[in-house]
Design a protein around this ligand. Sequence first.
Ligand SMILES: Cc1ncc(C[n+]2csc(CCOP(=O)(O)OP(=O)(O)O)c2C)c(N)n1
Ligand SMILES: [Mg+2]
Length: 342
Amino acid sequence: MATQVAEKIALEITHRALGLSDDQVLEMYWAMLLARRLDERMWILHRPHLVAFHISGIGHEAAQVGAAFALKRGYDYAHPYYRDMATVLTLGMTPRDLMLALFGRQGEPSSNGRQMPSHFGSRALNIVSGSSPVATQIPQAAGIAFAIKYKKTDQVVLTCFGEGSTAEGDFHEGLNWAGIHTLPVIFLCQNNQYAISVPAAKQMAVPNVADRARAYGIPGVIVDGNDVLDVYGAMRDAVARARRGQGATLIEAKTYRPVPHSSDDDDRTYRSRAEVEEWKKRDPILRMQEYLTRVNLLNAQKIVESDARAKQVVDDADEFARNAPYPPAEAALGNVWGQVKS
Ligand SMILES: Cc1ncc(C[n+]2csc(CCOP(=O)(O)OP(=O)(O)O)c2C)c(N)n1
Ligand SMILES: [Mg+2]
């Protein structure tokens, strides 16, 4: 009887029902928190123009950490997009790496200070750097999945993009290819409802991005993108399906971007403050804090302590990157990703 009661209680604790330990769910919280604090610092650094540009993942942390957590780090592939800071942190990029990229300094792993920030890449971690035209990563991810299938490993690929990007031809070509060839790729749409100033209803005539999956013969799943465990559950199933050789899944994480599109955007020109404030009530970090407090893994004191720890890590990365040298001028004449062998 006591065991049955214990099992019932465990199932009511969502993360345990998903097979996650208490330590793992706290690790998720830490990744989300660190991404948020790092991102906030990046905005602050931009205001006095200590850095040239920032594009933010604030509000997307649950979608990103929930997705990345279901991958095998350094084994599976990720082809992220510019908002994916929490994704790449979860996969093993460090706050120092990301700050070096923001400041454009030597030694940053994405391009050694050659690209704009947020084009995350790490050869060691199987993170593939993207290009500025949106959605180009989608057929490229299908291509990587095709190579995995050809080599007969059980790796999978995660690629991410916004809902506006699903109006691009690349999205449809990538999903079609993945459907035809039953490829091990997970397409994660982080639907924050705007493509800069353009609302989703002006990008597509169906209510959900996930509805589009049917046209390509793959499952389309909708999740609450502000709930890290909901995202993780869907992603875990999609990864298992891909590893079993059953092909691709499109996951649509419904979320919101509570900040401007980038450091160079003024969102007051296209949406009301009331709308933004309403969404802030569903902030993924607050939701996670409420959940962890409810299941007795967090309390007010631990929240303060983890915030202080995150601040230390962010301070360290900021100082490290500020003081790092720029690449030498002649590096501008070389290739971005490697030297051509003579
Ligand atoms: C092919 C192409 N068209 C336009 C742009 C300019 N652009 C950069 S981000 C962006 C919005 C994309 O919106 P969405 O896909 O919803 O992603 P979000 O930024 O909302 O996360 C646009 C139009 C671009 N980079 N590439
Ligand atoms: Mg969008």
